[in-house]
Ligand binder design. Structure first.
Ligand SMILES: Cc1cc2nc3c(=O)[nH]c(=O)nc-3n(C[C@H](O)[C@H](O)[C@H](O)COP(=O)(O)OP(=O)(O)OC[C@H]3O[C@@H](n4cnc5c(N)ncnc54)[C@H](O)[C@@H]3O)c2cc1C
Length: 390
C-alpha cells in the first residue's frame, strides 16, 4: 500500500496553487470589503467568470471531464485533490475556478447525451462559456426524490414537461438545465424517471422566485415548467433510467464534496492555530491553555481521518468500483466534521468568531448547508444501515 501522492498530481497541485496566488488572490483582495459583508454582486460574478475561463484554458476548471469534450480526463483522486487545494486556500473565488462539486459546472451525466449534441451543449460548459443546473428536488420531494411529480410526455417529436422544481442551485442563471421528470408513473425509480437537457430559452421554461438561505445568497431558485417543449433528442441516457444515472452522478461526486470539507476544515485549523499563538489572555497565548489545545487537536485529528476516507473513496471510484456505502460514509462524516471544526473555530476566536468582519463567521454559516444538500446526514445513515443488511 502506497500513501504517497503521485508526483504528477503534486506537480498539478503546485501549478494550481500558483494560479490561485497569481490570478485569484488579487481579485479576492480587490473585493475584500464586499466579501466581508457577504455580498456577491453581479460585477463580482463577472470577475469570477473571467477567472473561471482562465482556469478552463489552463485545464483546471473541467479537468474531471473526458478529453473527448475538452476536459483532461483527470482521475477522481486527482480531481478530489484539486478541490481540496482550492478549499484550503480559503479564497471565496476559489470555489469559482473549479468545476466540482459545483452544480453549475459540467457534469459527467451529460456524456449520456447523444454524441452529436456534445459540441453544442457539453463543450461550451467545459470551456466555462456556459453554466448548467441539476434540477431534481421539488417542493414535495427532496430526500424522497423518486416521488417527484414533474412529468414528461412525448408528443410528436417533442417532450412536453410540466411541474415545479425548487432549491435549484444556479437555476436562475443556468444556460441549460438537467431536469428529472416522470415518464412512467407506475415504475418511478425502477425505470420510470428520465433526465432531459432543457435550454434556458425553451418555450414554457420559467424561472420562479430566488431562494435565499442561511448562508446568504447561495444562488438557489424555483423552476417552473408549463407545457415546456424539449426536442426529443435532448433525452439524457435511456428512457426511464434518469434516476439511476442521477444517483450514479451524486454518488461519484461524493469524493468532491468530501474533499471540499477537508480543505475548508484544514484552512480553519491553520488560521485558528495562528490565532491561538497570537491572541493573549491572562498574560499567555490562548494556545497555551489545554482547553484550546484540545479543540485544535480534535479538529486536526478529524481532518486527517476525513482526508484518508476521501482519498480512499476517490481511489475506489478510480478502480471502477461503485462504492455506495463509502460514498455515504464520506458525505456524512466530512460534512458533519467540517461543521464541528467550524463551531470550534468560532469558539477559539471568541467574540471575533461571531463578528461578520472576522474570518470564520461566514464559513460557519456556509458549511451548515452541507449537511442538507445532496442527501441529508440522516439519508446517508439510512444508506449505510441498508449496506449492513438492515
Ligand atoms: C443550498 C441548497 C442547494 C441545493 N441545490 C440543489 C440542486 O442544485 N439541485 C437539486 O435538485 N436540489 C438541490 N437542493 C435540495 C436538496 O437536495 C434537498 O433540500 C435535500 O435533499 C433534502 O430534501 P428536503 O429539503 O425536501 O428535506 P426533506 O426530505 O423533507 O427532509 C426533512 C427532514 O427529514 C429527514 N428525513 C427525510 N426522510 C428521512 C428518512 N427516510 N429517514 C430519516 N430522516 C429522514 C431529513 O434528513 C430532514 O432532516 C439544494 C438545497 C439547498 C439547501
Amino acid at each position: 500500500m502506497d500513501f504517497a501522492i503521485p508526483q504528477d498530481y503534486q506537480d498539478l497541485l503546485a501549478s494550481f496553487r500558483s494560479f490561485l496566488e497569481r490570478e485569484v488572490r488579487p481579485v479576492e483582495e480587490f473585493y475584500a470589503v464586499q466579501i466581508q459583508d457577504d455580498v456577491f454582486t453581479e460585477e463580482m460574478r463577472e470577475a469570477g467568470l473571467a477567472l473561471r475561463r482562465k482556469s478552463a484554458e489552463l485545464g483546471f476548471y473541467a479537468a474531471h471531464m473526458p478529453e473527448s469534450v475538452g476536459g483532461q480526463g483527470l482521475s477522481n483522486l486527482g480531481s478530489a485533490l484539486l478541490v481540496e487545494e482550492g478549499a484550503k486556500s480559503g479564497l471565496r473565488f476559489g470555489a469559482f475556478v473549479l468545476g466540482p462539486p459545483n452544480p453549475e459546472a459540467p457534469n459527467p451525466i451529460l456524456m449520456d447525451l447523444p454524441e452529436h449534441l456534445h459540441p453544442k451543449y457539453v463543450e461550451p460548459l467545459v470551456r466555462a462559456e456556459t453554466t448548467m443546473c441539476f434540477a431534481l428536488t421539488e417542493p414535495e420531494a427532496g430526500s424522497d426524490a423518486q416521488s417527484i411529480r414533474t412529468t414528461a410526455v412525448l408528443r410528436d417529436d417533442e417532450w412536453i414537461l410540466n411541474g415545479r422544481k425548487h432549491l435549484i442551485t444556479n437555476g436562475a442563471r443556468a444556460d441549460v438545465a438537467v431536469v428529472f421528470a416522470v415518464t412512467d408513473r407506475d415504475k418511478r425509480a425502477s425505470g420510470g424517471i428520465t433526465a432531459f437537457l432543457v435550454e434556458r430559452g425553451a418555450p414554457g421554461f420559467v424561472v420562479g422566485k430566488h431562494q435565499k438561505t442561511l448562508a446568504g445568497d447561495t444562488n438557489q431558485a424555483e423552476l417552473i415548467f408549463e407545457d415546456c417543449r424539449v426536442p426529443r433528442e435532448n433525452m439524457i441516457g435511456e428512457l426511464g433510467y434518469g434516476f439511476a444515472s442521477g444517483m450514479r452522478f451524486l454518488n461519484g461526486g461524493r469524493a468532491f464534496i468530501g474533499a471540499m470539507c477537508v480543505g475548508i476544515a484544514d484552512h480553519l485549523v491553520r488560521i485558528c492555530t495562528q490565532y491561538a499563538k497570537d491572541r493573549h489572555t491572562f498574560g499567555k497565548p490562548i494556545g497555551k491553555y489545554q482547553a484550546v489545545q484540545w479543540m485544535l487537536a480534535d479538529s486536526a485529528l478529524e481532518v486527517h481521518a476525513a482526508r484518508l476516507m476521501t482519498y480512499h473513496l476517490a481511489w475506489l471510484v478510480d478502480q471502477g468500483d461503485y462504492p455506495i456505502k463509502e460514498s455515504s460514509m464520506v458525505k456524512l462524516n466530512n460534512t458533519e466534521m467540517v461543521n464541528r471544526v467550524a463551531d470550534r473555530a468560532v469558539q477559539i476566536y471568541g467574540g471575533m468568531g461571531l463578528l461578520t468582519e472576522g474570518p470564520v463567521e461566514r464559513i460557519f454559516r456556509w458549511v451548515r448547508m452541507l449537511r442538507i444538500v445532496e442527501g441529508t446526514s440522516e439519508i446517508q445513515r439510512v444508506i449505510i444501515a441498508r449496506s449492513l443488511g438492515l
